[in-house]
Design a protein around this ligand. Structure first.
Ligand SMILES: [Zn+2]
Length: 207
């Protein structure tokens, strides 16, 4: 059992019984061509982020409450997913990924934070694209980690637009198999979808 596995098992017990930890850890290497995203996934799996609870243990003068909702004893899991303000963000992210990629996902720590996405039997899914969408959402959560504001869904969409082209180019060059083609098609669909969202927003702001 890895250190990461032990900490998650402590919090979720039998809920993690069917989680394949070899897959979770392999995502660190395989999820993206971008090393910063790999490191980000590693940091979430190993829960390396400082929290109000940890800061309070180091210096009791510092409060242990959540900077967003004010709840006492703000742990890693609270700031990463359970805080109501962060949960709303994850719900919007999962809703968009489901809508565009045609998947069914749970707004659970296992899916959102560990990146565990079940593949329906007999069907290819845009697995890498889904992983990238989730890691970019984790990036938004990390950017707003100890501040009062909720992570921004429109910033997440902008991130997808920004990083999508580079990832797609890399995917086209390196993945020519059946699964890779599913990813490329889905990514194209996603970019077209979000382009129209961005265009509508721009028209709304400047029309
Ligand atoms: Zn909170």
């Amino acid at each position: 059992m890895s250190i990461a596995h032990g900490a998650w098992e402590h919090d979720f017990g039998e809920l993690l019984e069917d989680v394949d930890w070899a897959v979770v850890l392999s995502l660190v290497r395989a999820m993206s061509c971008n090393h910063r995203f790999k490191l980000l996934h590693f940091n979430f799996v190993h829960r390396t982020y400082i929290t109000p609870v940890r800061l309070n243990k180091i210096d009791p003068a510092r409060g242990a409450s959540c900077p967003k909702c004010g709840l006492l004893d703000a742990s890693f899991l609270h700031l990463a997913r359970s805080c109501q303000m962060v949960y709303q963000f994850w719900r919007a992210v999962v809703g968009k990924v489901e809508e565009v990629m045609g998947l069914r996902l749970k707004v659970s720590p296992v899916t959102c934070l560990l990146g565990v996405v079940k593949r329906p039997r007999g069907r290819n899914i845009p697995y890498k694209r889904t992983q990238l969408a989730l890691v970019l959402a984790k990036r938004r959560v990390a950017i707003g980690w100890m501040i009062s504001r909720c992570p921004s869904i429109s910033c997440w969409i902008s991130d997808l637009m920004e990083w999508g082209a580079a990832e797609e180019q890399h995917l086209c060059i390196t993945r020519r198999g059946k699964g890779g083609l599913t990813d490329v098609v889905a990514w194209g669909t996603l970019l077209v979808h979000f382009s129209s969202v961005e265009e509508l927003r721009f028209r709304g702001e400047h029309g």
